[in-house]
Every structure is written in C-alpha cells, then in structure tokens.
Design a protein around this ligand. Structure first.
Ligand SMILES: Nc1nc2c(ncn2[C@@H]2O[C@H](COP(=O)(O)OP(=O)(O)O)[C@@H](O)[C@H]2O)c(=O)[nH]1
Ligand SMILES: [Mg+2]
Length: 449
C-alpha cells in the first residue's frame, strides 16, 4: 500500500461534526502540512486542537486524532480530523487533503486495508458492513458478534480439525515408517467425517437464521376479498396504510409495511383478494397476490369466521399447507359460520377491532420462525451470500468425501475432498491456501526427531 487515502467518514449533511479520515504512509506529513500545530513529533494516540490552514487562509477549527500504526483500524498511520459539520466545510477540508497529496479512497477501502494488512479477516470485514447497514436490533447484534470474531473462531476451529486429519493422512502416506503416528483407518475416517459433518451442519443451518435476521421476513397476507386483510395490515402497523372498505376488490396493488418482532424485521405484504374476476386491473392484482404468496417466507391466509369456507379457500389451504402457512380466522366478533378441516394446524382466531387477536398473531409468527431461540445475544451465523455459497460448497465436498469412503475409495482419495472443504471454509475468511496448509502439517508433527 503505497499511497495515502482520505474520505469523509460521516454522512454528508448538516450536522455539528464531520469526520474526515486519512490513512497511509504519508498521513502525518500531509496533515501536518495543513495543520497549525506540530504533529510529526507528537506521540501516537493523542488528540490535537488547532486549525486547518491553506494558503494562509483559516479553513476550520478542528480536533485532530493522531494514531500511528500499527494499532489503528488499517494498521497504517491514521488521522481523523473532526471538523465542523455541514457540507461546505467538510468538502473544503477534503479538497485541501486531495491537493496536498492524498488520494480519494474507494468505498470500503479503509476496511479493505485492514483486511489486506491482516488485522481482520474477510468475514469480519464483511460484518463491519453488515453492522453499518443493520436496520434492526437483531441484525446489529449478529453483525457486532461477527465483527468480534466469534464466527471466525468457530470456522477456524473446524478448519483446524480438518487440517489435523489431512496432516494425519499425509504422514501415513509420506512416512509409513513412523508407526507411532496414528494410522487413519477406514473406521477412523468415518468417525472423523461424521464429526466434521455435524459441525458443518451447524454452520449451514445457522446461515438460514443469519439471512432471516439480516434480511427480515416476508409475510404475504392473502385470502378472498373482504375478509379483513387490509384491516389486519393497518392494525399491525397502527396506521391507515391500506384502504379499507366493505367493497370487495378494494385492494388491487401490493401494500407493504414492516414491524419488528424479537428484533427481526417482519415485512407484511397486503395483497388483492384472490377470486375469479373479469376486471383487468383486479386480475393483475390477483396474479400478483399469488406470486407474492409463492415467494413469501410465511403465507398468512385470512378467513372470515362469519362465512362458510369456499372451494377457492380450500385450494389455498391445500396449496400452502406446509411449513409456511398460518391461518388467521378474522371477524370473531361475528357469528360463527366457518368450519375448518381438522388437518389445519396453525390457526389463530381474532378480529381487527380487538388488539389481543393481533398480539396472538404476532406471537404465532414469532413461534413459527423460532425467533425466541435463534435470536440471542451470543448468536453467530453466516449471513452473507458469498459466505453461504462457500459453506454450502464445503458441505458438498464433505458429502463427496462420505460417498467416496462408502464406495470403498482409499483414505488418500478422500484427502482431495477434505482439502476442498478446508479451502472453502478458509475462503470465507479470505485465507490463502496451500502455503498455510503445508505450514500446518509440519507444525503438528515433529518429523525431524
Ligand atoms: N366485524 C368485523 N368487521 C371487520 C373486521 N375486520 C375487517 N372488517 C371489515 O371488513 C371489511 C373488509 O375489510 P378489508 O380490510 O378491506 O378486507 P380485505 O378486502 O380483505 O382487505 C371492512 O368493512 C372492514 O371494516 C373484524 O374483525 N370484524
Ligand atoms: Mg384489502
């Protein structure tokens, strides 16, 4: 990293303070040249009050945080200038830095340097971004846990296990005369693979939770017209978001709104009532409703307690009667005419006038997603697609290893799949491969004895 970069780290708008950040080898020299106090001889991790000056003109009164490497975010010399907020001053300080030898940083370049300089791994770097974009409490907790390296540690431990097995196999092959080293028999290999698979499965299934916490959950509210879908959305959101009338077919386009349950974003999507119709606009709405339901994480089918079940509703019960269906029987304040098939399990009863019914609905959604147990202060799940793709590949490689072992291939053939799994897990954290594996092998065994 030859050059010195700078960027505005706070968001651009009117505010009391803006932070301009500088990092790289020339950091101290550059900032010293535009600051009216000596920074070159100052000790590290100190704060300096003074003025940014350019061509004898005072630009701003600032605080300069001087942090010399390696104990900095990027490990390089870093300075943060706390200048006055507001667009003009902040931009001016940036302009002066650029004119004095800094280069404008690319997005994420400070964190990229932290990674390339070995201070954090790729998983932790990605988690920094997750922390910045987190919209809910759960997403924030997950991100900060991942930044702190809990997940990295879990993955590193698993890789360590795989590396030990690989080392064992290598020693068996290359140094058969070392009889004191453990011989990897087929039985032992089965044991090893089962153990690793179990640990990997925890990561794979945890990733589902990670996605749910990071991205939130989509709940499609569907049902025939006039059962109270839009009323439910409005009551949940506590605002008149969707139009409610007693005219069937009022909702035609999708209306959405988000609430938080256990710190997780739950996005409710109100849809047009599903029915046969010749109205072209309503028909498009009905098609959209069906698509929304197909793509949703949870389908909330609303029925009217005051009406008998229709064939169309039976079809919907049938179609979504799997993991993702929740049935809400609305209008319980009216006379009961609805009879539900006994096979339908997850049913909540209520009305949109009385809040209790909706609290039960919220609870049912939380239970269905298991939010109570998956959201906790110690959680650590993979949640980025790049990472999840790699953990799935690692799982695939392990399955191959299992299959090949069962098919009677020799243990050293299994080594190829194990190596692949080890590599994929390493890629999650951006580790380099062969060299590290070689080092590992020889650090585990005292072959020179
Ligand atoms: N009695 C009663 N009427 C309700 C209830 N929920 C909604 N409604 C009424 O049912 C009609 C249709 O409601 P709406 O939310 O527009 O239904 P949608 O077509 O399914 O979106 C409106 O007149 C609502 O006021 C309820 O729990 N009890
Ligand atoms: Mg509606």
């Amino acid at each position: 990293m030859e050059d010195t970069i700078c960027a505005i780290s706070t968001s651009m708008g009117i505010g009391a303070i803006s932070i301009v950040r500088v990092t790289g080898p020339e950091t101290v020299d550059i900032v010293d040249s535009i600051f009216d106090h000596d920074l070159k001889n100052a000790s590290s991790h100190t704060i300096h009050y003074g003025h940014i000056k350019y061509n004898e003109e005072v630009i701003d009164e600032v605080l300069v945080m001087l942090m010399k490497g390696p104990k900095t975010y990027t490990t390089e010399d870093t300075i943060e200038i706390n200048c006055h907020g507001g667009i003009n001053t902040t931009k001016k300080v940036m302009e002066i830095l650029l004119a004095s030898g800094c280069r404008l940083a690319e997005p994420g370049e400070f964190t990229k340097r932290a990674y390339l300089n070995g201070r954090i791994n790729l998983l932790e770097a990605e988690s920094v971004n997750d922390l910045i974009i987190a919209k809910t409490d759960a997403a924030r907790t997950l991100a900060i846990n991942n930044v702190d390296g809990k997940l990295s540690k879990q993955i590193s431990n698993l890789r360590e296990k795989i590396a030990k097995i690989l080392a064992n196999i290598e020693v068996n092959i290359d140094y058969p005369e070392y009889t004191d080293e453990l011989e990897v028999t087929e039985n032992l290999m089965h044991e090893y693979l089962d153990d690793i698979t179990k640990e990997l499965n925890v990561l794979v299934s945890g990733a589902k939770n990670g996605r749910l916490i990071k991205e939130g959950v989509n709940v499609a509210i569907i049902g025939k017209p006039n059962v109270g879908k839009s009323s439910i959305l409005n009551s949940l959101l506590d605002e008149e978001k969707a139009i409610v009338t007693d005219i069937p077919g009022t909702t035609r386009d999708i209306v959405e709104g988000t609430i938080t349950l256990n710190g997780v974003a739950i996005n409710f999507i109100d849809t047009a009532g599903i029915r046969e119709t010749t109205d072209i606009v309503e028909k498009i709405g009905v098609d959209k409703s069906k698509k929304t339901a197909d793509n949703a994480d949870i389908v909330l089918l609303v029925l009217n307690n005051n009406e008998e079940l229709t064939n169309e509703e039976l079809t919907m019960l049938d179609k979504y009667n799997n993991e993702k269906l929740l049935v809400f029987v609305n209008k319980m304040d009216l006379e009961k005419k609805l009879v539900l098939p006994e096979t339908i399990k997850d049913v909540i009863y209520g009305n949109t006038i009385d809040l209790d019914g909706l609290n039960t609905l919220k609870e049912a959604i939380s239970n269905k997603l298991n939010l109570d147990s998956i959201v906790n202060k110690d959680m650590s799940y993979l949640c980025n697609l790049r990472e999840i793709d790699l953990v799935n590949k690692a799982e695939e490689a392990l399955k191959n290893a299992q299959n090949n072992l069962e098919a009677g291939y020799s243990v050293d053939m299994i080594e190829i799949d194990l190596k692949a799994a080890w590599n994929y897990l390493g890629e999650i954290m951006g580790d380099s491969y062969e060299g590290e594996l070689v080092d590992k092998i020889f650090s585990n065994f005292c072959l020179g004895k």
